[in-house]
Design a protein around this ligand. Structure first.
Ligand SMILES: [Zn+2]
Length: 160
């Protein structure tokens, strides 16, 4: 083995340095991708879930501003991020709660637990709602913390 290294010393060094660079790059990539990952609002978050709709689909005069995760009615919905919540409540009758903003995320098609008031703190990974009869969770991610209710919550730009 050493004889091969001595005969072709330069090529052995290049090969070793390539291996070291590859391992370093893979380590950096894995570490960076872990920083970007976050939990899923539907359990189990380690299995695949069907996505019914994606960001940017054309919908009768507007683009769909989020993703729809398939989940039968009454499926538990968990907060991806903990923060003060802001319910998205209609201003005209019939007054209904259409969704909720928590941290960087907006959730629609959910029935929010009675114990959660507007401006309550919702902890990360906590069960805060169940899906309604639409059989999916509409999830939007903003470029900033959502610090207001409503569709134009502090001029957020939707990322997913
Ligand atoms: Zn949707």
């Amino acid at each position: 083995m050493w004889a091969i290294g001595e005969k072709n010393g330069v090529s052995v060094l290049r090969s070793k340095s390539r291996q070291v660079c590859f391992i370093l790059l893979m380590g950096i990539f894995v570490r960076f991708s872990l920083l970007l990952a976050y939990d899923w609002p539907i359990r189990e978050d380690t299995v695949q879930h069907v996505i019914n709709s994606t960001l940017g689909e054309w919908r009768n005069g507007h683009f769909h501003a989020g993703i729809d995760i398939n989940a039968p009615c009454s499926t538990g919905v968990y907060a991806i991020e903990g923060d003060i919540c802001y319910k998205d409540i209609d201003t005209l009758p019939p007054i209904t709660i259409r969704g909720i903003n928590i941290g960087h995320f907006r959730y629609f098609h959910v029935v929010i637990r009675d114990i959660i008031d507007d401006t309550s703190y919702v902890g990360p990974d906590s069960l805060f709602a169940k899906t309604d009869t639409a059989d999916h969770v509409h999830l939007q991610e903003a470029d900033r913390r959502l610090t207001a209710p409503g569709p134009s919550a502090n001029d957020a730009i939707w990322l997913n």
